[in-house]
Design a protein around this ligand. Structure first.
Ligand code: NAD
Length: 430
């Protein structure tokens, strides 16, 4: 099939190249000229394991093309996926400007029947609004607008695409549903994970999923606070409750709080939508509050670990992204930790397997180190911020030169082992 992915970011580039790998003809379009130029020159703009190979292979075979020419790419394609960003507005609403801009361009270029798919995370009734934009006498019978929310996780995106837990298609059009089923057939034929529903339900499923996962994270983080105060290990508690199949053991790891490009914005947008429908989502509201408070909790713990001595101390972060396997810095918890620590006079250093980060360049007293040893050898406090594999078996005893404190926000190490090695080690909820 001939597909056009509009927006060549994490979602558009990953799903576009994976669709191409299944034998479809895919054009990935973006308004960002530098991004398209670098992709046409074989440079992948994001870090996502396995992505580079798939992009290069399908670019070479001509199944995958990159372009800035939106009108022509739309005209040439049968299915148009909208994959642009839906960031948070000041009032917490999802900003749909990019989605509607795209819809207006699609309207002008509907030369034959096309399926318009929202893959971007968009609030309830966005599909209705896109349909309204596209509708005109000229366009009658030329399109179906459907919702196909994306559930990929950064760091695991290729695997998630190829082995989806579910493919959700929201549409009342039999024709569109049949075409989408055919498109996804290679991924769904092994199991029955194709779910056809109404467009509004599909839009809601995406937000409800993210809000539920965010709630699970905040739930275990609050239990961790209680564990910390009562000398119980939250890892044991997570394990013990996760054995109950009604609960499940995933998303029950206490940590620095949820971040990234989805959970923070989607929980807020869901509450905003609910307000429009005069519905009180009190649980989600408190999840957002709880996650916002996480930062204060971590800062207080840092002060306690350091006996309030922060001024002129070297504080080193292992990992800066919101999770392992990605270079995405959007809403990473570290972004709220660095400013108050700098204000208290700390020198901040960091190392991340995906390299230095532009967003941290603005701070004079924040420096990037090229490897773990350089980073931690002179530190007063080492904070394990991201759960990258390369941080899981470090020989701290050999690496640190003084009585360095280690604060492990991911509980990667055993407190007993650390104690045996006379290392000042602190975890989350233990
Ligand atoms: N990142 C994830 O893990 C993830 C997972 C599931 C769903 N989503 C959702 O998917 C959507 C996209 O997320 P992302 O992380 O890929 O965003 P992104 O910021 O990485 O990419 C969006 C791209 O759209 C481009 N763009 C903006 N306006 C455009 C236009 N008019 N024409 C062409 N291109 C345009 C931007 O230049 C950018 O490259 C969001 O709604 C997000 O919530 C993201």
């Amino acid at each position: 099939m001939k597909l056009c992915m509009i927006g060549t970011g994490y979602v558009g580039l990953v799903s576009g190249s994976c669709f191409a790998d299944l034998g479809n003809e895919v054009i990935c379009v973006d308004i960002n000229k530098d991004k398209i130029n670098s992709l046409n020159n074989g440079k992948i703009p994001i870090y996502e394991p396995g992505l580079e190979e798939i992009v290069k292979k399908n670019f070479k075979s001509n199944n995958l093309k990159f372009s800035n020419d939106l009108p022509n790419s739309i005209k040439k394609s049968d299915i148009i996926f909208i994959c642009v960003g839906t960031p948070t507005k000041k009032n917490n609403e999802a900003n749909l400007k990019y989605v509607f801009d795209v819809a207006k361009t699609i309207k002008e270029n509907l030369n034959k029947y096309k399926i318009i798919v929202t893959k971007s995370t968009v609030p309830l009734t966005t599909g209705d609004k896109i349909e309204k934009i596209l509708s005109s006498k000229k366009n009658i019978n030329k399109f179906d607008v459907i919702s196909n929310p994306e559930f990929l996780r950064e760091g695991e995106a290729i695997r998630d695409f190829n082995y989806p837990d579910r493919v959700v298609i929201g549409t009342n059009s039999k024709k569109a549903n049949n075409i989408m089923k055919k498109l996804y057939l290679p991924l769904i034929k092994k199991n029955n994970r194709y779910f056809h529903t109404s467009r509004r339900a599909a839009e809601m499923i995406k937000y409800a999923s993210n809000a539920f996962l965010a709630s699970k994270i905040s739930f275990i983080n609050e239990i961790a606070n209680l564990c910390e105060a009562s000398n119980v290990d939250v890892k044991d508690v997570s394990y013990g409750i996760g054995l109950d199949q009604r609960i499940g053991d995933r998303f029950l790891r206490a940590g620095p709080g949820y971040g990234g490009s989805c959970f923070p914005k989607d929980t807020k947008a869901l509450v905003h939508t609910a307000n429009k429908f005069r519905t009180d989502l009190s649980i989600i509201k408190n999840v957002i509050k709880s996650n916002d408070n996480r930062n204060n909790h971590l800062l207080n713990r840092i002060l306690k670990i350091q006996n309030n001595k922060i001024k002129n101390k070297i504080i080193s972060f292992l990992g800066v992204t919101f999770k392992a396997g990605t270079d995405d810095m959007r809403e990473s918890p570290i972004l709220n930790l660095i400013p108050p620590l700098l204000k208290k006079g700390a020198f901040i250093q960091y190392y991340d397997p995906t390299g230095s980060k532009e967003i941290l360049d603005k701070y004079k007293k924040v420096t990037y180190k090229k490897n773990v040893l350089d980073l931690i050898k002179n530190s007063d406090l080492v904070i394990i911020h991201t759960e990258w594999n390369e941080f899981k078996q470090l020989n701290f005893k050999k690496m640190i030169k003084k009585r360095t404190n280690i604060y492990d926000l991911r509980n990667l190490y055993s407190p007993t082992e650390m104690k045996k090695n006379k290392i000042n080690y602190f975890g989350i909820g233990r």
